[in-house]
Design a protein around this ligand. Structure first.
Ligand SMILES: Nc1ncnc2c1ncn2[C@@H]1O[C@H](COP(=O)(O)OP(=O)(O)OP(=O)(O)O)[C@@H](O)[C@H]1O
Ligand SMILES: Nc1ccn([C@@H]2O[C@H](COP(=O)(O)O)[C@@H](O)[C@H]2O)c(=O)n1
Length: 210
């Protein structure tokens, strides 16, 4: 039976880091689904289209190609906010659904991380994790990451970004950010990356023996 691991959580909670480590450990492919939304937003920005242009956003989502996911600009701070704005458009989500489900259908399984993996994309995943941490701790982690990459930004600005993005993602009507009823919630506020990985691995290993 394929091992699909669905990982959701708010911004900068560490779900991507964890997803990558779990994928390497279990030899599964990994998809960071946030990149799909970031790539749609970047396509609009590059075309000079408005982020609330629903028709243009839907076309960009429907014609998205994998090459776009390698663009380093997708990792920039502003792109998270832009992605969040277009991600509430139902037609965008519908256009990206098949792509994600195809990826999850890889014969041995896969690890996907995002906001709606356990609730919408892979409701039958063998393992569902919802990774969270306090907003202040998440902001500290993201601040360290961005300043380490040379982006000049204050901790307060990052905290405000994260809070606004989470509020928008959780309150939209199309596939909002939330833990699936059968997800294991892992609060990593007091855990370093190795401790979070060990806790997540214990959940996966338990599921593999059932
Ligand atoms: N448990 C942890 N303790 C300390 N730092 C961590 C931990 N987990 C991840 N990090 C660091 O926190 C930052 C955010 O992690 P990551 O990018 O994995 O979050 P994310 O949830 O995927 O973010 P986003 O939703 O914005 O894509 C990274 O710099 C990562 O190295
Ligand atoms: N499954 C998903 C994944 C992401 N989003 C939206 O994209 C934004 C950026 O995501 P990151 O994980 O790269 O930070 C995020 O804020 C969501 O609005 C989504 O809706 N569903």
């Amino acid at each position: 039976m394929p091992m699909v691991i669905a990982i959701d959580g708010p911004a900068a909670s560490g779900k991507g880091t964890l997803a990558k480590r779990l994928a390497d450990h279990y030899g599964l492919p990994h998809l960071d689904t946030g990149l799909l939304y970031r790539a749609v937003a970047l396509t609009l920005i590059d075309a000079g289209a408005a982020l609330d242009d629903e028709a243009a956003a839907s076309r960009a989502a429907a014609s998205l190609i994998a090459d776009r996911l390698a663009d380093p600009r997708l990792r920039e701070r502003a792109m998270g906010e832009a992605a969040s704005r277009i991600s509430g458009i139902p037609a965008v989500r519908a256009a990206l659904l098949a792509w994600q489900q195809r990826f999850a259908g890889t014969p041995d399984g896969a690890v996907l991380d995002g906001r709606d993996i356990g609730t919408v994309i892979c409701p039958d995943a063998r393992v569902k994790l919802f990774i969270t941490a306090s907003a202040e701790e998440r902001a500290r982690r993201r601040h360290r990451e961005l300043t380490g990459r040379g982006e000049a930004v204050s901790l307060a600005a990052i905290l405000a970004d994260i809070q606004a993005r989470d509020a928008r993602d959780a309150s939209r009507s199309a596939a909002p950010l939330k833990a699936a009823a059968d997800a294991v919630v892992l609060d990593t506020t007091e855990l370093d990356a190795d401790e979070a990985f060990a806790a997540a691995r214990a959940v996966v290993d338990r599921a593999r023996t059932q």
